[in-house]
Design a protein around this ligand. Structure first.
Ligand SMILES: *[C@@H]1O[C@H](CO)[C@@H](O)[C@H](O)[C@H]1NC(C)=O
Ligand SMILES: *[C@@H]1O[C@H](CO)[C@@H](O)[C@H](O)[C@H]1NC(C)=O
Ligand SMILES: CC(=O)N[C@H]1CO[C@H](CO)[C@@H](O)[C@@H]1O
Length: 471
């Protein structure tokens, strides 16, 4: 009888919510006395909804307007309300009941960054000025259409990059005078050590877009050392002496920096290379400035894939930036962990995710992230990344100012520590729960191993779903 009633209700909610084949667990709520319209608009963000386990909600994906109600407390909103932002940050509108205390802001969206528009391209940045917790790293998102050049330049900080789309040609010079040219595609990396001069150019058909990472949060893309800027601010008589040519030749050079500008489409890379002649000081660099990250064999986990590039493993030149590329399947979670030696600067490429940052002293705060968002997790703060969506993957870059990618896994720690020690911390005096917890821990190690950085949902769930009665 109970079962029959339950499935009848599910059919009703299916029709009501029109979610193809999927009824969110909270969708049964309106049958508990909430008006259907309120549940349709706000999902579980209603006065009567109770969730003692603080389940994740995909407010953006399910088109819900979060309201500040939690387990019977809270109230409506009467004042001005930015719906789009609330949907993107449902865990700020209704924080999990476990959140506590004050944390600095750990989220910024590139959508809130000023865009500098140039001929055939644009650029925008997330630095310590936009996001005060972005101390160790600054990020720049840049687009160059086909043939468009980011000028020959250099800077104080090292530069690491991930190609988000399209094709790009890079040039560089090393400290021994060796030169480097390479063509890169989506999923490739480059790294220029501090002061090394370089250029970037979008290739056919549609140019490129990439994420640049600098190993100092104070970096500004607007204050690099640029070829045309330097020459514009050098007496023409000096240019004449330097290049041993009449000063009149320089009369028409740009009066200020060009920065990003439309160039002509380059030919095949071998045709473009300056002919090498070591005796004349034109030589090939011995350094490998690039790395094909997405061509790397992934580490397969139960919930997705991980690819790591750092100077200790696959990308030796990248001495100051280590990174991991992660794919989280729907419903999967980047396990609870922390990084011992560097702040995490994460960039969300696809999907929607929930992250709670544990800052010690009882402090924890939850943030939600979507495409183009930047997240910070200061070193040693415990955290996880949950995929909010039931049908979309989450794709993320975890980036660190470090020569090595390092993390500590809570699961591995618990599974490796003497069981008596673990059990007495968590379940002292409750033998039944000690047995269940240690049993599952052991089973997990047996079936999967203790190291599973992205954890998928087990076939039969967790056996702890909130029942209708509890709701
Ligand atoms: C290039 O961009 C145009 C305009 O957005 C688009 O129609 C075309 O499919 C793109 N070509 C490729 C190869 O991506
Ligand atoms: C990881 O998964 C991919 C895609 O399913 C597969 O092609 C690859 O062989 C797997 N690698 C390992 C080491 O199992
Ligand atoms: C498709 C999928 O795996 N969905 C899962 C999303 O995560 C919740 C737990 O938070 C699971 O209950 C779903 O099965």
């Amino acid at each position: 009888m109970q079962l029959l009633k339950f499935s009848a209700l599910c059919l009703l909610t299916l029709a009501e919510f029109g979610t193809a084949g999927r009824v969110p667990y909270w969708a049964q709520q309106h049958l508990k006395g909430e008006p259907v319209a309120a549940v349709k608009a706000h999902g579980p963000y209603t006065p009567k909804h109770k969730d003692k386990y603080d389940h994740k909600i995909d407010a953006e994906g399910d088109g819900l307007d979060p309201l500040p109600y939690r387990n019977g407390e809270g109230a409506t909103v009467q004042g001005p309300w930015n719906r789009a932002r609330s949907r993107q940050n449902p865990d700020l509108v209704r924080p999990p009941s476990t959140d506590h205390g004050t944390l600095s802001n750990m989220r910024w969206s590139f959508a809130d960054s000023h865009i500098r528009i140039e001929e055939g391209g644009w650029t925008r940045q997330t630095t310590i000025r936009e996001l005060p917790t972005s101390v160790e790293i600054a990020g720049v998102n840049m687009r160059l259409d086909q043939g468009v050049i980011r000028e020959l330049h250099w800077h104080i900080q090292a530069e690491w990059a991930y190609v988000l789309e399209g094709k790009v040609r890079i040039t560089a010079l090393d400290t021994e005078g060796g030169n480097f040219v390479d063509d890169l595609e989506k999923g490739d990396l480059w790294y220029f050590p501090p002061g090394h001069p370089h250029s970037l150019q979008g290739l056919a058909p549609n140019g490129t877009e990439f994420l640049l990472i600098f190993d100092d949060g104070h970096f500004s893309e607007d204050s690099t050392f640029i070829l045309t800027d330097w020459l514009a601010h050098t007496p023409k008589s000096v240019l004449s002496e330097n290049f041993r040519i009449s000063p009149e030749v320089f009369e028409t050079i740009p009066k200020s920096e060009k920065y990003i500008f439309q160039g002509s489409l380059p030919g095949p890379i071998d045709k473009e290379r300056t002919p090498l002649d070591d005796t004349k000081g034109i030589k090939k660099s011995k350094l490998q400035f690039t790395h094909r990250l997405m061509q790397q064999e992934p580490l397969n986990t139960t919930g997705g894939q991980v690819r790591i590039a750092d100077s200790k493993t696959t990308f030796p030149l990248s001495k100051t930036i280590a990174a991991a590329h992660l794919l989280l399947q729907p419903g999967a979670m980047r396990e609870m962990h922390w990084h011992p030696q560097a702040d995490e600067w994460s960039f969300f490429i696809r999907g929607r995710a929930r992250v709670t940052i544990f800052a010690s002293e009882g402090n924890a705060r939850t943030f939600d992230y979507g495409p183009g968002d930047v997240g910070i997790v200061p070193k040693n703060m415990g955290h996880f990344i949950e995929n909010l969506s039931d049908d979309e993957e989450v794709e993320i870059l975890e980036i660190f100012r470090s020569d090595e990618f390092l993390d500590f896994s809570l699961f591995q720690w618990m599974a490796s520590t003497p069981k008596r020690m673990v059990a007495e911390h968590l379940f002292q005096g409750d033998e039944e729960r000690q047995r269940r917890f240690l049993g599952e821990l052991e089973k997990g190690v047996e079936e999967i191993g203790a190291h599973d950085p992205i954890r998928g949902v087990p076939k039969n769930g967790y056996g702890d779903d909130t029942t209708e009665e509890e709701l």
